[in-house]
Design a protein around this ligand. Structure first.
Ligand SMILES: C[S@@+](CC[C@H](N)C(=O)[O-])C[C@H]1O[C@@H](n2cnc3c(N)ncnc32)[C@H](O)[C@@H]1O
Length: 241
């Protein structure tokens, strides 16, 4: 019988923020796949470090780039496409052999998650079950004690990789925002928030709910760049009720 793929959203980092369903599937999993950067454990793999069965087989999908490559770089899409096709083929071979596989994803898998590219390639021929996770942004605004959207506030979720003009235009049209993928985009994001008059409201969250968590007003952050696992929250209009 053909095996199935379980795409597990594991939440923002604290293992206790995982759903009961994800935890059960994980405990039962005999084959576990995850993405990782070269030389790193893999963020999702780190979340489950204490939960994984010691006898589970681990399939590590290592990204082809060791440093961040700009999305618009001509080779980026092609090389990532080949990488995702190879990962999907590996999972397909395993499922053809009857194996069930748990694919680990941090946060929610369908929010800027790599698992979506495998889902797109496998969904027509295989049974795939998606287990939703607490999104990273939800973990971050909870840890930062920052209610994000009230009443008829419009919340925008923006990748910090957007160019400055696009970021500014988007920020000017919303009441509340979450800016993800900070990294080396930090100076640009800070400058745009200042231009939009939002810097004083912006909260910086690094590694929310994980070891090494840092939370502070963005205006107070002296660093010139941020790690990949950082986001900026701009809470909405704080309506009184
Ligand atoms: C490729 S996206 C994956 C998002 C993930 N699927 C989710 O549901 O949050 C990675 C980005 O998510 C954000 N992120 C996710 N979890 C985070 C956390 N616990 N603390 C800070 N940022 C986080 C960061 O902005 C990071 O650059």
């Amino acid at each position: 019988m053909q095996g199935r793929l379980f795409i597990l959203g594991l939440g923002p980092g604290d293992p206790e923020l995982m759903t009961l369903k994800a935890a059960r599937i994980l405990r039962e999993a005999r084959h576990v796949a995850f993405f990782a950067k070269a030389g790193r454990m893999g963020h999702a793999r780190g979340i489950v470090a204490d939960l994984l069965s010691p006898t589970a087989e681990e399939l590590r999908f290592e990204y082809p780039f060791t440093t961040e490559v700009a999305l618009e770089h001509p080779s980026y899409a092609a090389r990532m496409g080949e990488f995702y096709a190879r990962c999907a083929a590996t999972l397909a071979t395993r499922m053809d052999a009857g194996q069930n596989i748990a694919l680990l994803c941090e946060g929610d898998a369908f929010l800027y998650g790599s698992a979506m590219y495998l889902f797109d390639r496998l969904r027509d021929e295989y049974t795939v079950e998606i287990i939703p996770g607490v999104a990273g942004m939800s973990g971050c605004w909870s840890r930062a004690q920052t209610p994000i959207a009230h009443g008829d506030d419009v919340l925008s979720v923006l990748p910090g990789t957007l160019d400055a003009a696009s970021l500014l235009a988007r920020l000017q049209r919303c009441d509340a925002a979450v800016i993800m993928k900070i990294g080396r985009n930090l100076p640009k994001i800070r400058a745009v928030l200042e231009q939009a008059g939002l810097l004083s409201r912006a909260v910086y969250v690094e590694r929310g709910s994980m070891e090494g968590e840092r939370i502070m007003p963005l205006a107070a952050l002296a660093d010139a760049s941020a790690p990949y696992f950082a986001m900026v929250l701009v809470p909405g209009r704080q309506h009184n009720r």
